[in-house]
Structure formats: C-alpha cells, structure tokens
Design a protein around this ligand. Structure first.
Ligand SMILES: Nc1nc2c(ncn2[C@@H]2O[C@H](COP(=O)(O)OP(=O)(O)O)[C@@H](O)[C@H]2O)c(=O)[nH]1
Ligand SMILES: [Mg+2]
Length: 232
C-alpha cells in the first residue's frame, strides 16, 4: 500500500466489544479524535455498551446472540470492507491498546510491503504491569502457535493488528471464541501474504485484568483448536 492512500479516514478500526460500557466511550473517543472511523461489534452486552459506543461516534453492529470475539471481528471487518476501507486495524475495547501505536503498524505495512502488521508486546515494546503468570501463559501459547503455523511470531495473542484491504479479504474467521487469535495466524500463513511484527504497548489495568483471559480459558482455547484440527 502506498502511504499517500493512507489517511486516517480510510483506515477503519474494528472493535469487538462485550460488556465494556464503563470504558468504551473513552476508547472510541480517542480513536475518533485521531480521525479513524470506528465500528463496534456488540454481542448482546447487558450494560449499555452499544449506546455508549454510538454516542462516542462509532458505527455499531449487533449480533442478536453472543458469538464471541472472533465472530465479532469478522463482522466488523466485513462492515469496514463494505464501507471502502483501504486498511483495517483490530483494537480492543477495554483500553489495553494505544491509539499512538496505529500509525506505527500502518508504517510497518507500507515499509515492508506487507498485508498484515501484527502487534507484539514482546518485541522491543512493553507490557505495562503484566503479571508473571500472564507472561508465562502468553509464551506457552506463542510456542504452540509457532509449532502449528510455522510463523515465527513473538506474541500470538495480541489483539492489535493492521491489515490491508487485500489482507482483510484473504481471511475468514470461523472460530467464535477466543481461539480466533490463533486462527487468524493460521489463515495468514495459508494466504501466503507477507506479514510483519511491530512493537506495541499493552496496558494491564485492574479493570482489564479482572475480566481478561484466565489461565483456565487457555485450556478451552487449546481444546477448540485441537478439535478443529481433528475435524479437518
Ligand atoms: N463482540 C464480542 N467481543 C468480545 C467478546 N468477549 C470479549 N470481547 C472483546 O474482545 C476484546 C478482548 O477481550 P478481553 O476479555 O479483554 O481479552 P484479553 O485482553 O485478550 O484478555 C475486548 O474488546 C472485549 O470487549 C464477545 O463475546 N463478543
Ligand atoms: Mg483485554
């Protein structure tokens, strides 16, 4: 992608959200202030998340039943493509990501002529206040992903990524639950398109830790993935 095509107005930010009413307005507001159009895919939140997101300036799409983060991202990507996005950024709704990292991901796409720029908190960047148990879990997941995809990534479960329109058209997430983070990497590998990693910062607040992935969830993710592989 040429840099000249990349104004914030045609870079869509896609956000899956579930029960993030207390933080989503400030997250959406920060992105809108920087000039990015935002689509929030809500999944039957019970706390006013879609209304807060709309008030803050996001387009809101709602799944009638809870399908999970992967399905939410897929819906949001399709929406952004229909709206003519030249590039798409996936961004968490809970305040763990920084708006300032987006231009760095877009620059990484352009500089490397890549279709995917994957955020990594373990590549020269930081994970602020990350508990040691979380680090261990993420490293185990990354090792597993490297073995199964052959991609030499350093952070397999980072929700901050940028992709070109072509990249977005090449993937189709089918894993409804959290296993989508590994699935997207499998699809990038299968697409044969170029990917690059770029350092990003992930913030661990009490809020994000209280509702984030638990160690026990990772066993569910592994089971999902193994079931899917056996099924093929
Ligand atoms: N649409 C949708 N989004 C979800 C769902 N579960 C989590 N999310 C969103 O996915 C993002 C990451 O979730 P989070 O629980 O913070 O996971 P972690 O940061 O990877 O531990 C956040 O923006 C959540 O609001 C869901 O069931 N549906
Ligand atoms: Mg989170």
């Amino acid at each position: 992608m040429q840099m000249s095509e990349q104004t914030p107005a045609n870079v869509w930010v896609v956000m899956a959200a579930y029960n993030e009413a207390s933080v989503i307005a400030s997250v959406v507001g920060g992105l809108r202030a920087a000039g990015y159009p935002v689509v929030v895919v809500d999944d039957g939140s019970k706390d006013g998340t879609p209304a807060r997101a709309a008030e803050a300036g996001a387009a809101v799409v709602q799944h009638p039943i809870n399908l999970g983060q992967g399905a939410g991202l897929q819906t949001g990507i399709e929406y952004a493509l229909l709206r003519g996005a030249a590039a798409i950024v996936t961004f968490d709704a809970d305040g763990q990501h920084r708006v300032a990292d987006i231009p760095r991901l877009l620059d990484a796409l352009a500089a490397n002529n890549a279709d995917f720029a994957l955020g990594s908190r373990f590549r020269g960047a930081t994970a602020v206040n990350m508990p040691a148990s979380r680090r261990l879990l993420l490293q185990a997941a990354t090792l597993f992903t490297r073995i199964t995809t052959g991609l030499q990534v350093s952070d397999s479960h980072n929700g901050l990524r940028a992709m070109t329109r072509r990249g977005a058209q090449a993937i189709q997430m089918r894993q409804n639950r959290m296993a989508h983070a590994s699935e997207i990497l499998h699809q990038i590998a299968a697409s044969g398109l170029r990917y690059v990693e770029a350092p990003v910062t992930i913030e661990y607040s009490d809020y994000s830790l209280a509702k984030g992935q638990k160690l026990s969830d990772s066993f569910g993710i592994m089971l999902d993935l193994f079931a899917r592989r056996l099924h093929r």
